[in-house]
Design a protein around this ligand. Structure first.
Ligand code: ZN
Ligand code: ZN
Ligand code: FE
Length: 763
């Protein structure tokens, strides 16, 4: 028999809240090892004692056979003096722990198949219980108050476990062994159904039934879910859809639809195997799918769009409701347009007054708002448009100084870095409204705190008008401002761990440039530290400034003005009254209320307006979306952009486009030619930039057509195209880029404290 050994093992990574301790317990028992395991600030601490061969096997299998949702990032072991333990125990986490925290909080996980079976099994004690969960599923990030992840530091602390639940929780052979949110009908959270004023009308199962009846009757019911409220209503009825749109002040933007199961999804939408995998994943995101021609759901769910955002039920509550209803429902964020999603009952009763006819609520608090994630399968991969519930926090490994990155003012999300890497938080939203700014301020405190990071510096955009920049300035930390498009490119470099210098293409709507104008059609030579503007689209004036963002017709007017083309000679003339044109021309000529931009997003808008596709945007990027939906197959006879002095000139292309219009060439063909010209422009620059790796990012690359076509063309010429796969290409990915750039700056500062800073360096 081999000698007795004892080892202290530290496991780093996503190992809390995923059934790791039960797994370790089972493994130790199987191998006849004694000792203990407990959650630590970096993950899990274990001590094992026993036969040397068994110890070696344990060390091997502890990472190899880890539970499905665990991510083991590191295992370190050190020999100890044997102590003669008589069993293997799961210890409670110590109250006071110090050191660098890197234990990762798991995202909220959709109901697993075992739990699902139980809630529909009449003989099970959790039959129809809407808060059923286990070590493989249930709320996590949305209930965590602080670390380490234990019940008393989650919003489940309000629910002392009953004897039966406690037994499961304490039994190493049970799949609820140390499942922190464990609950049952006797001890856990409960449902209530209330009227529009929050007066309770029914509770428990009857509450669910009343909510279902209300939805069947065409009412709009606010339902408290995992990370916040949804507004739920019958998706089959166009009257209900228009009612919801009116009440929510959301005239045109697509509404997400929840469907019972994959069979139902397939009956309404095309579903590729990758899309199926995404929609049924434990993150349970909204996936943008193409609707079947035969689909009978109202077009008004996503006007003018062949796509539909679909999600599956992801908590027992949603499963129970969907099973009862058996028809698709609208499941849109419970908020007023552009405000943050509601999380508290009282707040919901107030802010959704006049929107919801009734409420289905429960008494488990939501620790932080976590909106649904949105993705789309593009270029053979998942492309996140919003990374949030089920997918955050997400950590990009590395070793960085402690920085808080505040992102931008649109689609805001924040990130923190530390010795564990860079951790990105959930979607916060646009910072235009006061409630959104409030949530943002809270997140700037909450997120570093639950990541147990004390920021040494704060990273922000350079836009003088951004709320996020003002907030960063007020934090009293060293402020490192990162140019918007560099942050876009660096974000992609960070997630792909690319250290080399690349050609970074950042195309978006608006980003503050180093020259004080609005950039957005940028070609940067960049790495994780620095960037230099290599080329850009030719700038054009935007009459009315911000107005041009909401009204593509003004972007088109500015574009024509820059090119010296009289608007009266184009179809755009019909988009304006003569007075409007006169005012705009006065502004343009005298440069009053005129912003200059090199934005690719505005160029897309301008073309949408010129072709008559869209003169007014009802929501951000609507015109660009129309173009993607509209593009025809034939882009072969496109007119290239011309490169002069590192400026890409669109004028020849626009003139050709107007020619096409005057010869009655079909709009889908014109749009296809425009898209091809834009892809071609990227190739033009790639050939002269001399970098093999080409990053494609910025909000414009949410356009699948542009992204896929550009990737294909770059590959044909043996470039290596890289685009964001973890974070969104839009401003939701900025914080990650800011964090890496700021971290690199701090590192080089501390490495060269005696060397004066290079004055040529931007940012
Ligand atoms: Zn489960
Ligand atoms: Zn119980
Ligand atoms: Fe941007």
């Amino acid at each position: 028999m081999a000698a007795t050994e004892r080892h202290r093992i530290e496991i780093a990574g996503t190992v809390q809240g995923v059934g790791f301790r039960p797994f370790v317990h089972k493994l130790a028992n199987e191998l006849g090892l004694n000792g203990w395991a407990r959650n630590s600030l970096i993950g899990l601490s274990i001590e094992i004692e026993g036969d040397a061969t068994a110890c070696a096997t344990f060390l091997q299998r502890v990472s190899r056979d880890a539970p499905g949702h665990a991510v083991v990032r590191g295992v370190s072991a050190s020999p100890q003096e044997p102590r003669g333990d008589s069993d293997f125990m799961i210890r409670r986490s110590g109250e006071k722990q110090s050191g660098n925290a890197s234990a990762e909080i798991v995202p909220d996980l959709a109901t697993c198949s075992d739990c699902l079976r139980e809630i529909f099994d009449p003989t099970n004690r959790r039959y129809h219980y809407p808060f059923t969960n286990c070590t493989q599923c249930g709320p996590r990030f949305s209930i965590v108050l602080s670390l380490p992840y234990d019940r008393e530091r989650t919003t489940m602390r309000d629910f002392p476990m009953c004897a039966a639940c406690r037994e499961e929780y304490g039994s190493p052979i049970d799949r609820r062994f140390h499942a922190q949110p464990n609950a049952c009908p006797d001890c856990g959270p409960q449902l209530s159904f209330t009227d529009a004023h929050g007066r309770v009308l029914a509770s428990r199962e009857e509450a669910l039934e009343r909510a279902a009846q209300a939805i069947e009757a065409g009412q709009i019911v606010a339902v408290k879910g995992i990370g916040g409220f949804h507004l739920i209503a019958d998706a089959r009825s166009s009257e209900t859809v228009s009612q919801l749109r009116i009440r929510k002040h959301r005239p045109a933007k697509a509404l997400a639809v929840m469907m019972l199961d994959l069979v139902s999804v397939r009956s309404h939408c095309e579903l590729s195997s990758l899309e199926e995998k995404a929609i049924a994943s434990p993150g349970a995101p909204i996936v943008l799918l193409r609707r079947r021609d035969s689909d009978t759901l109202p077009d008004s769910l996503a006007p003018g769009n062949p796509g539909l955002g679909v999600l599956l039920p992801y908590s027992p509550l949603h499963h129970l409701l969907m099973r009862r209803l058996a028809f698709p429902v609208i499941a849109t964020s419970g908020n007023i347009s552009d405000e943050p999603i509601c999380t508290e009952n009282d707040e919901a009763f107030l802010s959704m007054r006049g929107i919801a006819d009734a409420f289905l609520v429960h008494d488990r608090s939501i620790a932080r708002a976590v909106d649904d994630s949105v993705l789309r399968v593009t270029a053979g991969r998942e492309l996140f448009l919003r990374r949030s519930r089920g997918f955050t926090p997400v950590t990009i490994e590395g070793n960085h100084p402690p920085v808080l990155a505040t992102g931008g003012d649109q689609k805001t999300s924040i990130a923190v870095s530390g010795p564990f890497g860079i951790r990105c938080g959930q979607h916060i939203g646009d910072l235009e409204t006061e409630p959104a700014q409030q949530v943002f301020a809270e997140q700037c405190l909450d997120f570093p705190s639950i990541c147990q990071v004390q920021p040494q510096a704060v990273a922000a955009d350079q836009h003088p008008g951004y709320h996020s920049v003002r907030m960063a300035e007020e934090m009293g930390l060293e402020l490192i401002q990162v140019q918007h498009h560099h942050a876009h490119v660096a974000s992609c470099l960070a997630e792909h761990h690319i250290e080399e210098e690349v050609l970074g293409i950042a195309w978006d709507g608006t980003g503050y440039g180093t020259d004080g104008t609005i950039w957005g059609g940028e070609f940067l030579i960049a790495n994780q530290t620095d960037s230099e503007r290599f080329a850009s689209l030719r700038s054009f004036p935007l009459p009315g400034g911000e107005l041009a963002i909401r009204q593509p017709r003004y972007a088109a007017l500015g574009l024509l003005f820059e090119a010296g083309i009289a608007v009266k000679d184009t179809p755009l003339a019909s988009a304006f009254t003569e007075k409007e044109i006169a005012i705009a021309y006065t502004q343009l000529e005298k440069r009053i209320r005129v912003a200059s931009t090199s934005s690719a997003g505005r160029l897309f808008d301008a073309v949408a307006a010129l072709t008559g596709l869209r003169w007014h945007n009802e929501f951000e990027a609507q015109a660009a979306m129309d173009m993607e939906c509209m593009a025809g197959p034939d882009g072969s006879r496109f007119t290239p952009l011309e490169l002069r002095d590192q400026i890409l000139d669109w004028e020849p292309m626009i003139r050709a486009l107007l020619e096409d219009l005057s010869h009655n060439v079909q709009v889908p063909t014109i749009v296809a030619r425009f898209m091809e010209s834009m892809s071609d422009a990227i190739l033009l620059i790639a050939r002269v930039a001399g970098k093999k790796t080409v990053v494609l990012t910025g909000g414009c690359f949410q356009n699948a057509l542009l992204l896929e076509r550009t990737i294909a063309r770059l590959r044909e010429e043996e470039f290596v195209p890289v685009w964001p796969n973890l974070m969104p290409p839009n401003d939701g990915g900025l914080a990650l880029g800011q964090a890496i750039v700021a971290g690199r700056k701090l590192q080089s500062q501390s490495a060269h404290t005696h060397v004066p800073r290079d004055p040529r360096k931007s940012n």
